[in-house]
Design a protein around this ligand. Sequence first.
Ligand code: CA
Length: 226
Amino acid sequence: MRILLVEDEPAVAAFLLRGLGEQGYAVDLAADGLLGLHRAQSAPYDCLILDQLLPGLSGLEVCRQVRARDPGVPILMLTALGETDDKIRGLDAGADDYLVKPFAFEELLARLRALVRRRAEAPAPAAPLRLADLTLDPAAKRVERAGQAVQLTAREFSLLEYLLRNQGRVVSRADLLEYVWGLDFDTGSNVIDVYINFLRKKVDKGFEPRLIHTLVGMGYVLKIEN
Ligand code: CA
């Protein structure tokens, strides 16, 4: 397990290097965004931990550029800002998950394990999934609505794939946390709502019929309904 940590705060970097090292992870540290991007592009990593505010090049920009070349590498974003907008920007830039500083080290470990496990357990490519004029091809990692390609981040793709495999069935937040995020506990964050909104904008907005439906207090269902 090789991790690239891009973090400019010496105290946080030292804390994470020590903690992750004790857990048996091999960690490379880059203290600014440019160096981080260079490292990420010059060696394969099992996971990236990216601080959002970095000198040189922002964590968001590093994330975008890494994601453009490697759709599969898990990216965990660290943010000190705690604002929903910043989290959304991070997720939109292609991060798979985020943690708000200050965080408990155990939580970072849990998120890391979930990210890496999900990548390792990625199911074998299967036949395309369809509902109305929406198509998701798990093998080609391609999504189309009404014949138009839809660009999704890795996490959005996983979420849509899970909803499509369970089309017509109400899936709960706990289901999504477990099967899409790899978490067996509710972190109490609004990450699912954020992602459902991303998907709606990309998959439903401007199309008929609407496919993603929210059942307040129960969860979400993918079905054909005008
Ligand atoms: Ca920073």
